[in-house]
Design a protein around this ligand. Structure first.
Ligand code: NDP
Ligand code: 8X3
Length: 252
């Protein structure tokens, strides 16, 4: 039984990863800001009867809250084997000259700074045990830039760079660091990007079959369960209908 900490487990990809690891009998630490969603997921995981679970409710943008949450874990729960850095969002889709600064700060604070806060707190726990695996959820937007994607793409390019940096810095400590870079997956992602506009969000997934959160959970589980001498450093997963960040085969 491994101890797996997943950020952004209240929805989409993070939730699917939590369910997958719980079904396979791992010990889960789930986190996010929505306590009701954490409660509901905790209940579901416990109903499998295979797993233990703790939930930590915090905003990953708040360094003190992140640190306090990890400090609050009992000693044996601090032996985190796998950290899945998944919490993240896009907010808005505008040309840079018209961008909303609040949207920009939300993305930078969550996708870069939040990921760094929790990594800074958890990595030393792994290093102390000379054991651990960090899986960062990047994006195809961390490999390419598309029209109006500007700041979101920049934050995911930062995740791409930080994944490489973490792997180098923790190489001597035997810590695995991997990135999964998905293309379009149907989750709450577009609803959040378009500030709750359901109609606009649903159009993003029309005319082709997007990835599901479960597709990415399967990938994360595969990466996490390879032999000790094998690390998938970087894995891009896209819908068959998506060839690049802006090249699609869509039915009208
Ligand atoms: P969802 O919106 O469904 O899930 C996002 C998760 O992140 C939620 O659990 C949310 O929890 C959490 N989160 C957001 N902001 C914060 C915060 N400030 N503090 C703590 N948790 C936060 O989207 P996805 O599942 O699609 O996104 C998961 C990751 O996958 C993101 O990093 C995203 O960039 C990436 N990704 C998504 C793709 C897609 O097409 N869907 C493709 C490529 C990458 P809560 O609101 O409860 O805090
Ligand atoms: C999410 C995928 O293409 O909307 O990272 O940026 S995309």
């Amino acid at each position: 039984m491994k101890t797996v900490l997943i950020t952004g487990a209240t929805s989409g990809i993070g939730r699917a990863i939590a369910v997958k690891f719980a079904e396979q009998g791992n010990r889960l630490i789930i986190s996010g800001r929505r306590q009701n969603r954490l409660d509901e997921l905790q209940k579901e995981i416990l109903s499998f009867g295979k797993s233990e679970v703790k939930s930590l409710c915090f905003d990953i943008r708040q360094k003190e809250a992140v640190y306090a949450a990890i400090d609050s874990l009992p000693k044996e729960w601090k032996e985190i084997d796998i950290l899945v850095n998944n919490a993240g969002l896009a907010s808005g889709l505008s040309p840079i000259q018209e961008g909303d600064i609040d949207d920009w700060e939300k993305m930078i604070d969550t996708n870069i700074k939040g990921l760094l806060y929790i990594t800074r707190k958890v990595a030393p726990l792994m290093i102390a045990r000379q054991k651990g695996h960090i899986i960062n959820i990047g994006s195809i937007a961390g490999k390419e830039v598309y029209p109006k994607g500007n700041i979101y793409c920049a934050t995911k390019h930062a995740v791409d760079a930080l994944t490489k940096a973490m792997r180098i810095d923790m190489l001597q400590d035997g810590i695995k660091v991997s990135q999964i870079a998905p293309g379009a997956a149907e989750t709450e992602f577009s609803r959040v990007r378009f500030h709750g506009d359901e109609e606009r969000a649903s159009k993003v997934y029309q005319g082709y079959q997007p990835l599901t959160a479960e597709d990415i959970a399967e990938t994360a589980f595969f990466i996490a369960n390879l032999p000790p001498h094998v690390n998938i450093s970087d894995l891009m997963i896209v819908p068959t209908s998506q060839a690049s960040a802006y090249c699609w085969n869509k039915r009208e």
